[in-house]
Design a protein around this ligand. Sequence first.
Ligand SMILES: Cc1cc2nc3c(=O)[nH]c(=O)nc-3n(C[C@H](O)[C@H](O)[C@H](O)COP(=O)(O)OP(=O)(O)OC[C@H]3O[C@@H](n4cnc5c(N)ncnc54)[C@H](O)[C@@H]3O)c2cc1C
Ligand code: FES
Length: 279
Amino acid sequence: MYKILRRKELNPTVTLLDIEAPLIAKKAEPGQFIILRVDSEGERIPLTIADYDREAGWVRIIFQIVGGTTEKLNHLKEGDFINDFVGPLGVPTHVDGLKKVAVVGGGVGCAIAFPIAKKLHNMGAEVHSVVGFRNKDLVILEDDFAAVSDKMMMTDDGSHGTKGLVTNALKELIESGEKYDEVIVIGPLIMMKFVCALTKEYGVKTTVSMNPIMIDGTGMCGGCRLTVGGETKFACVDGPDFDGHLVDFDEALERGSMYKPFERHAHEEACNLFAKEVQ
Ligand SMILES: Cc1cc2nc3c(=O)[nH]c(=O)nc-3n(C[C@H](O)[C@H](O)[C@H](O)COP(=O)(O)OP(=O)(O)OC[C@H]3O[C@@H](n4cnc5c(N)ncnc54)[C@H](O)[C@@H]3O)c2cc1C
Ligand code: FES
């Protein structure tokens, strides 16, 4: 059983929990994730390690309430216990040798992007963060990004920071002459697809973090398969990070929408929005 040491609501649909898990905290690296079960009857869900403290022995998760399990998790209080908490899983984000990086986050993807920005900053790299949200009520981790990077805040409706999409801000940075060793982008599939289209045009290496449906998280079930550079990869053991210029996003979007067909229309709308902005 894993004790909840701290609980904080970051916005109406996103919650932070610090979980007592010293063995995971000892080994965790940015880019990795855990799989948890809230109780012994619960389903397994993957969540990214958003931060950790090796000495104090806790691991932080930040989750958006989207369905049954995240709803159940959100009802737990400080002092309550989570039944299973397994990790760290997946391959850590490769950061060695990077000197100047743009870290792009969208929505709750910022929770995954933050530990990477922090690690790069602690290594002495120059980090430019471009973080985007639909509106000001959904903004999370603003001060955290500001502490480890030069930050550009974007909202779709202009209610906080600059109005527009992360692709606009990134394009401006690249066109103003910023030379990045790499762009690391984490957020909705459609956002990552359009950031990759942009960086491909400018020849900037780009890493994405893929979050397909996962079941076992150990490479056995094939649920999380993706096509990357024409080959089948499993996000849970080969990723979740991949070279964004090699990922077949259209297939990933198609597979994702099999589990939520009602969102197909929303995908198409978002696709049109990005396409218009990128032109
Ligand atoms: C490697 C990885 C890291 C993730 N990190 C985070 C994170 O840090 N914060 C966060 O808010 N979310 C993260 N997610 C997504 C998170 O796992 C889902 O939101 C969660 O499983 C939803 O469960 P639910 O029962 O609340 O919702 P449901 O109603 O079951 O599902 C809602 C939607 O969540 C997604 N989903 C459901 N089950 C899974 C599953 N087993 N694997 C992957 N996606 C699923 C599907 O898109 C589904 O349509 C991550 C996913 C992966 C694969
Ligand atoms: S979750 Fe089963 S192979 Fe990746």
